[in-house]
Design a protein around this ligand. Structure first.
Ligand code: F6R
Length: 361
């Protein structure tokens, strides 16, 4: 039942405020400025013993893991990174007993992720799951974990589940941080930011008409560039994937800092750029990248906290805490992908060549 929406993608994009609310419900502990994650199976001593975090997932879930790794580094100061599970399992990785492994998956059935989990367990590693589907294979094979509570996701491309994965990583990062050196004051700051998310998501979605118009302006592009820096880079990668999947427009994501090392050669009026420009300590650096693009007559659509002078259009999103901003900045770009695909008459819920869960090698 699509409840009045024309596609599941549209419905699921609009379910995000409620979905995030569900991910937070019953988990926040104001007394100690932390969170309770019931199924984690990781006591404070175990949490303190973790020396590294390695996050494994595929596609959109891998991108959620990239944002999650940054959150864990920032809030808990534990070295963390994400890698496609499909690459990890084929390269005979060094498996380290002091590393906490986290498998991320909407379906909980993706074969590459499951095989990576099984290989890790066979080598004695501790593996947690960050999964949407309760009781799925990955949820069962892991030592514990977090359910992301996005609810059923029917559209082949992931939207609300991605958002809830990133929120769940925020909860985990806060939890790990508060067993270490994250202060009570910073814990409170992050909790206040998490609580603001549902309302801010609703605010972004209320802007839908503006995004629909913009999609009309960019639907003629043969190819699009997506750029972001540090926190914005995985947001750019995910937005680029979403556009490719539903509209079949070619898109590339690059760190804004790498533009001058090659891809700047692609910039011309026919190659528009979508730039993630948060109001954080890298704002001036990001503005400089916009200038470089403008100087080559590139069209720019910015997603930012304030109107960007160098951009042809800015989608202004509400500001949260710096660490949580990536959760919000991708949401208008889900709508951009949706409306671009709609303008092109694509089969939005079932893009060609794709399946909802990839249970084969
Ligand atoms: C993107 C998409 C795929 C999946 C990937 C992993 O919109 O749907 O990239 O994210 O196949 O699937 P799960 O999360 O079920 O392991």
């Amino acid at each position: 039942d699509m409840g009045g929406h024309d596609t599941y993608m549209h419905k699921e994009i609009h379910e995000q405020a409620d979905a995030v609310d569900r991910a937070l419900r019953g988990r926040i502990d104001d007394r100690f400025s932390t969170v309770h994650l019931g199924g984690l199976n990781l006591d404070a001593r175990d949490a303190r013993a973790v020396r590294r975090v390695k996050i494994l997932g595929c596609g959109t879930s891998y991108h959620a893991g990239q944002i999650g790794a940054q959150m864990i580094e920032e809030l808990a100061r534990i070295p963390a990174d994400a890698e496609p599970a499909s690459e990890f399992r084929y390269r005979n990785p060094v498996v380290d007993p002091d590393t906490l492994y986290i498998a991320v998956s909407q379906s909980g059935e993706t074969y590459d992720v499951l095989a990576a989990v099984q290989e890790l367990k066979r080598k004695g590693a501790r593996v947690l799951g960050l999964v949407n589907v309760v009781g799925s294979a990955i949820a069962r094979e892991t030592d514990g974990g977090i359910y992301v509570h996005a609810g059923p996701e029917v559209c082949v491309v992931s939207t609300k589940c991605f958002t809830n994965m990133v929120v769940s990583f925020g909860l985990l990062a806060l939890h790990l941080g508060r067993t270490r050196d994250l202060s009570v004051a910073d814990g409170k700051r992050i909790i206040a930011g998490l609580r603001k998310l549902p309302e801010q998501i609703a605010e972004i979605l209320a802007n839908e008409e503006e995004i629909e118009k913009l999609a009309g302006e960019y639907a003629d592009a043969k190819s699009m560039m997506f750029i972001g820096r540090v926190r914005g880079y995985p947001v750019a990668r995910e937005a680029s994937l979403k556009l490719k999947e539903v509209s079949y427009i070619h898109a590339e994501a690059y760190p804004a800092s790498e533009l001058k090392h090659g891809p700047l050669a692609l910039i011309e009026p026919a190659m528009p750029t979508v730039a993630i420009v948060p109001d954080d300590d890298l704002l001036e650096k990001n503005r400089a990248a916009l200038e470089e693009i403008k100087a080559r007559s590139g069209r720019i659509l910015a997603v930012a906290h304030q109107v960007q002078e160098k951009a042809d259009h800015t989608i202004v999103v509400p500001k949260n805490e710096d660490e949580l901003d990536p959760i919000l900045m991708g949401i208008p770009l889900q709508l951009l992908a949706y409306y671009t695909a709609k303008a092109m008459g694509r089969d939005i819920d079932k893009p060609r060549n794709l399946a909802k869960s990839v249970t084969v090698e």
